[in-house]
Design a protein around this ligand. Structure first.
Ligand code: EPU
Length: 421
């Protein structure tokens, strides 16, 4: 199994090109199920979760052509297997995103229930409730969600909590429903906006995306389109935190500052010098970071997907920070691993208190989720000696060639192990 070996201490300098956003690419790939025509996607990140989605769609009968690893043409004319099997859903919860579009276009879908995962129980009740409000008949049998509806009907849906993939599933269902739907308390995440913009190019009638009320006027059918996936704001934020820890100056290209306001504000509070323009962000950090407290909340507040990386940064900061996780109940698994590197962190329920220490020391560490693994990599960049990050298949789910990108700006990082990525 592959590992990353990182020898800390090198400051970072140069440029990194940011990939397309994982959490926009996954729903947009699933949107191809809504039409028999061809959906052409560019800026698709080369990630394990994208490969899993491709496999899932191909298993349903989707024709997938790839000119190069970042460009996909998906044609849904021969989709005939309306099922997401347990074997794939268990490896990637986002497989639930085929439920809404498959049901809307074909009148039936069977999707394995995702079950628990490393960061919490993550139920999908809101997805099911919303589809039922649109007239779907849903049975849970043999571990599968079995949904049926001749044609979905427009409905007013108010979700109990803000859910990103829930909003995306209901949005993809509503675009082909008969009549008008509203999704209230909708997720405002930029990835939801990117999906909506792709659907509009396919002929959907959507307004209000990016606010907490999305209005959808159902149409009879959608057609093919071409769409470039938005940049990955979490990959961007992760490399910004890497510079905070390793220090230096790095310019991030093919990204956007306007969707990272809460993160950039906190980095400036920690002492970073940040400039941004059209498609780029530059960060310079020459001294020890100041501790910054954060509280994770739905967009536009501070993202849960950046919590672990800020925790890593705070371990070496001057002062004490308080980190409160309000989205997922079990997203502090990196704490015990950071502690093995010398961090001083105390957890009480959903809150972690981080006392900055003078140094971290390299150790063998591993994590059981994607962002936790990223936090260990950036901690390794600042630790004394060698850090081995084990089980990096989590990283490969969501970061494209992380070792090549960090190595390109001067980090001493290499992949060791059996299989090349
Ligand atoms: N929730 C429910 N019932 C539901 C749906 C959600 O109780 O029916 C709860 C969840 O348990 C959680 C909260 O609502 O406590 C928010 O969950 P959400 O549904 O928004 O999460 P998600 O859609 O499953 C997406 C991202 C995650 C990201 C979260 C929060 C994708 C594919 N995944 O998950 O990304 O952390 O939104 O922003 O978009 C990652 O990339 O590492 C990752 C985990």
């Amino acid at each position: 199994m592959d590992k990353l070996s990182i020898t800390g201490g090198n400051p970072l300098s140069g440029e990194i090109t940011i990939s397309g956003a994982k959490n926009a690419a996954l729903p947009i790939l699933c949107a191809s199920l809504l039409t028999a025509d061809t959906l052409r996607l560019t800026n698709v990140p080369q990630l394990r979760d994208v490969m899993t989605t491709q496999k899932l769609l191909q298993g349903m009968g989707m024709r997938v052509m790839t000119d190069n690893v970042h460009e996909f043409e998906l044609t849904g004319a021969s989709v005939d297997k309306l099922e997401a099997p347990y074997e794939l859903v268990k490896t990637m919860r986002a497989s639930i995103l085929v439920l809404g579009p498959t049901l809307a276009r074909f009148g039936e879908a069977r999707v394995s229930l995702p079950g628990g995962c490393a960061i919490g129980s993550r139920p999908v009740g809101e997805h099911i409730k919303g589809l039922q409000a649109m007239g779907a008949e849903i049975n849970i049998e043999h571990g599968y969600i079995h949904a049926r509806a001749k044609r979905l009907k427009g409905a007013r849906i108010i979700t109990d909590m803000v859910t990103v993939t829930g909003t995306e599933n209901l949005l993809m269902a509503a675009v082909l429903a008969d009549g008008v739907s509203t999704i209230e308390n909708a997720a405002r995440e930029p990835e939801v906006v990117d999906l909506a913009e792709c659907l509009i190019k396919m002929g959907a009638r959507i307004t209000g995306h990016g606010t907490d009320t999305i209005r959808i006027e159902g149409v009879e059918r959608l057609h093919g389109a071409e769409h470039a996936v938005m940049p990955d704001r979490i990959e961007t934020g992760t490399f910004l935190c890497a510079v905070m820890m390793a220090r230096g100056r790095v310019v991030l290209r093919n990204t956007r500052a306007d969707i990272l306001d809460s993160v950039l504000d906190k980095l400036r509070e920690a002492g970073a010098y940040i400039e941004a323009g059209d498609g780029w962000i530059a960060i310079e950090m020459r001294e020890r970071a100041k501790a910054v407290s954060i509280r994770t909340l739905p967009y536009p507040a501070f993202p849960t997907d950046m919590q672990a990386q800020f925790m890593a940064m705070n371990t070496l900061a001057t002062g004490t920070s308080v980190i409160t996780e309000t989205i997922f109940e079990n997203r502090f698994m990196h704490v015990s691993e950071l502690a093995r590197m010398g961090a001083d962190i105390h957890i009480d329920g959903h809150t972690a208190v981080v006392k900055g220490v003078d140094k971290l020391s390299g150790a063998t560490v591993m994590a059981t989720d994607l962002r936790a693994s990223a936090s260990l990599v950036i901690a390794g960049l600042a630790a004394e000696g060698e850090t081995i990050v084990d089980r990096i298949y989590h990283l490969d789910r969501g970061y494209e060639h992380i070792e090549a990108k960090l190595g390109g700006v001067g980090a001493d990082i290499k992949r060791v192990g059996t299989a090349a990525h």
